[in-house]
Design a binder for this molecule. Sequence first.
Ligand code: HAS
Length: 551
Amino acid sequence: MNSVSEKIKVDRRDGKLGMAHFYVAFIALAVGGMAGLLQVLVRSGKFQLPAGIGYYQILTVHGVVLGLVLTTFFIMGFQIVAVSRTSGTLTNKQRLAGWTGFWIMTAGTIMAAVMILLNEASVLYTFYAPLQAHALYYLGLTLVIVGSWVDGSVIIMAYAAWRKKNPGKPSPLLTFMSLVNTLMWIIATIGVASTVLFQLLPWSLGLVETVDVAISRTLFWYFGHPLVYFWLLPAYMAWYVIIPKIIGGKIFSDSLARLTFILFLLFSIPVGFHHQLLEPGIDPAWKFFQVILTFMVIIPSLMTAFSLFATFETFGRSKGATGLFGWLKKLPWGDARFIVPFIGMLSFIPAGAGGIINASHQMNQVVHNTIWVTGHFHLTVATAVVLTFFGISYWLVPHLTGRTLTRAMNKLAIVQGVFWAIGMTFMSGAMHAAGLLGAPRRSAYSEYGGAAQAAEWIPYQIAQAVGGSILFLGIILMLYIFINLAFFAPKGEEEFPVGEAADKREKAPMVLENWKLWLGIAVLLILFAYTIPFMDMIQNAPIGSKGYKLW
Ligand code: HAS
């Protein structure tokens, strides 16, 4: 995969900052993957955890290190190097901010991880009150968020500097996209920071006795839904900008890609109630309103699907493909940098359909709190997003370490993607099916006193264990490839692919960079969706709950 056609390299010092983020992300993959394997084995009913280790302890490790640590570190590292590649090397001040953010996040991660391992915080990654964790767990997660803000400031500063130097010109597409994701992240994390700082921390320190559960969950989901788009948008960056270059094609439309990201900025946040459709204390009219907005946030994903099909088909036809699907044959099926993210795209089709089912108010009653939802997010974040991150790593890690992806590693990477596809088909498929039969999520193995309904779930739980074990092999392969690319692969130059728009004359409308306008509309939508139901919750607040430690 050695290409010398692309000479623009990320500065070595920025590359080191990016790699530091990736080391933590891949350590998280190793730890979280191990925890995942143990979970599926326990839930098959054939295995018990040794040495008094609790199922919920392992489940918390899995959710926190994969859902929060791997993603945040990978995304921050990727966005920083993407900005450095497309808007120019970072200044010393920006790089210093990047390192400061990195170390704050790392300190927070260690703090939270130690508390989970000591069994002081088996509250899962959503840390729902009234389950109560040790204060250091909440403090650790706060540091991860504060660190990510400092990291995010690097992107904002680099964008502002580029703007100043290039008045009237649209910013480089990858920089624009990184900025949108950072702005969305900052607005969203205000919710989780508020519940942690003003509710959970004082409560876990014993400064107050009770917590208002509805408010805490509402603030969590104000953050929790944009969180999933914070994971998704870097994958979309790769699908829009990097994949076209890898296949030898063009970006279908630069302006459409930007518009998609702006729509995510507007509609990702005021939709948190679709995670709380079955919770009391929220007027159904407001739930209905947020469901409508949820359907609005599906539109940019449909636009993305359209653009990708257009890119693939235009490329195939330019190579002489004929017939309705002849263009499929022209895609570079032997290139791991393409095929691994492509498996992610394919998985996002059923994953997105599942999301639309979840968001449909009535159907949510069937699937809520069942393992169907776990199946949904293993297809979205753990396949579409994560396989794209793996696909990015196959060229980005060697690009940053001055090495190359050899033919042998490329082959192994394809095997890794195939393992993932097979393992996830078993695991997520079984989760979806068992969920429809009523199997609960967030629960260890139980025969529920010999209930006939619970007996129906067991074959699916065994299928989950089979799928989960294949996925674990996929993780081992990924870690092996990562270590090879970081330390042992032959020295050389690996391209950082950045695509160009199909129409060279296309100039993205500058209104798309009018941040006062977009941030203004985003804030108005948030205020509209949340102010009245939130006031309602405060005015009609029930007595709060004391903390529970059920482990
Ligand atoms: Fe979701 C629950 C609704 C997308 C993650 N979601 C979750 C949870 C997670 C999660 C982690 O409304 C559980 C949280 C918890 O612990 O409780 N989700 C949606 C909707 C979408 C959606 C409407 N979710 C995601 C993404 C995630 C994610 C993305 C992570 C990255 N989700 C929900 C709801 C719940 C929920 C409810 C709560 C359920 C409950 O009751 O608890 C939409 O954004 C989906 C839109 C996507 C599409 C697909 C577009 C397809 C594309 C691929 C094109 C493919 C190509 C390949 C081009 C419309 C872009 C070419 C193919 C060839 C053949 C050539």
